[in-house]
Ligand binder design. Structure first.
Ligand SMILES: Nc1ncnc2c1ncn2[C@@H]1O[C@H](COP(=O)(O)OP(=O)(O)O)[C@@H](O)[C@H]1O
Ligand SMILES: [Mg+2]
Length: 355
């Protein structure tokens, strides 16, 4: 029996989505193989042993706070209230979204703690979180991405709507470089909305991207694996309203998904190949969801890669694998196996120049 630390919540606008995913995972983890140590990160960023029986939408700020001890082989996690160590986890099931979850920071902490974790490593996580760097690497791999420009907060005053529209057409998309779940994302059709959209995007990051609109269907592929990743069937997201955080996660008319997406012959394979190419170009491992646009002409654009995608039982990533015959609970087991396999390989590397 292995012990799994389920780490969820986090200091992120996507806290609630993470808690929802965690509840579904708790209900589905194979209890013959794993016992679960629930570690919630409260909205202030404090790691706490969390009572999941009474868990609401947020990690409460009253569970015992935890301290991590780098460098030790045992008793890595200590309860601060009574100084007792928790059972050492064999792996960490990370289910955090957005900054300080998917961006390499937690991954770095877990590397220092010498604990296996699901999702790409430090570099892959950081690169996928940063839409600017991700697009540069995707382009370098020969994949198409929306044309766009990057601006730092020191360049705010130089931003000119008319110049951008002349280059990119209208509408344009404005988004923080590092964020997720459509937070801070704006579709701008006129100069009046421009200033406000810029100001909002800069609330979430010191760097924003402004890009052309791609007219296409939104299709997604679940990729799973380390050295030889596999691509799932392709799914489609259909939003009735304008895309938005609410449309995707809150409102009753939330986005509908279609699995598999209705595609012409050859398109499924082309999208799967693009997904794998993107996954490898950005240094992904264990899992990631590759989001793409498919235009009427059949052109494929990579929009973004989510390295710790939504993981409720009705989320796209697990649903795509479910369609391909890999059940939710078996998928969780597979992710943990991949995390441990990567960790074992790294553990076999020399860390000192001896002999
Ligand atoms: N260049 C674009 N063209 C068309 N739609 C876009 C574009 N960029 C973003 N969108 C829309 O906005 C949504 C959120 O943007 P995305 O880049 O995926 O950011 P997030 O990381 O917040 O999910 C997308 O799912 C898509 O509906
Ligand atoms: Mg997205």
């Amino acid at each position: 029996m292995k012990t799994i630390a389920l780490v969820f919540g986090g200091k992120s606008p996507e806290h609630e989505i993470s808690v929802r995913s965690a509840k579904n995972i708790l209900a589905a983890v194979d209890r013959n193989l794993f016992q679960v140590l629930p570690i919630g990160i409260d909205p202030n960023g404090v790691w706490r042993l969390t009572d999941t029986d009474t868990l609401g939408a947020f990690v409460p700020d009253n569970g015992p706070a935890l301290a991590l001890v780098p460098g030790v082989n045992h008793n890595k996690i200590i309860r601060l209230d009574n100084q007792t160590p928790l059972q050492d986890p064999d792996a960490v099931l990370l289910i955090l979204h957005g900054p300080q979850g998917e961006d390499g920071t937690v991954q770095g902490l877990l590397r220092i703690m010498d604990l296996p974790f699901i999702g790409p490593d430090v570099l892959g996580s950081a690169v996928c979180m940063d839409k600017d760097f991700a697009k540069r690497l995707l382009k370098e791999a020969g994949l198409s991405v929306a044309k766009g420009y990057v601006f730092g907060d020191h360049q705010k005053d130089a931003l000119d709507y008319e110049t951008l529209v002349a280059e990119l057409g209208s509408p344009i998309f404005i988004k923080p470089a590092n964020m997720g779940s459509s937070v801070g994302v704006h579709k701008v059709k006129d100069a009046a909305d421009f200033e406000q959209a810029i100001a909002d995007a800069f609330q979430y990051d010191r760097k924003i991207i402004i890009e052309e609109m791609i007219y296409g269907r939104e299709v997604e592929c679940a990729v799973l694996g380390n050295e030889a990743p596999q691509a799932s069937v392709i799914g489609e997201v259909i939003t009735a309203e304008e895309y938005s955080f609410d449309a995707k996660y809150v409102s009753a008319t939330a986005a509908q998904t279609r699995i598999p997406a209705a595609l012409q012959s050859g398109q499924m394979e082309a999208l799967q190949q693009t997904a794998i190419k993107a996954y490898q170009a950005l240094g992904c491992e264990v899992l990631s969801r590759v989001d793409m646009f498919l235009t009427d002409q059949g052109n494929i654009y990579v929009n973004e890669i989510n390295t710790l995608p939504g993981f409720t039982s009705i989320s796209m990533y697990p649903q795509l694998w479910e369609h391909d015959g890999l059940a939710y609970s078996d998928l969780i087991t597979r992710l943990l196996e991949l995390a441990m396999a990567r960790h074992q390989k790294r553990g076999a590397l020399k860390t000192q120049r001896i002999g």
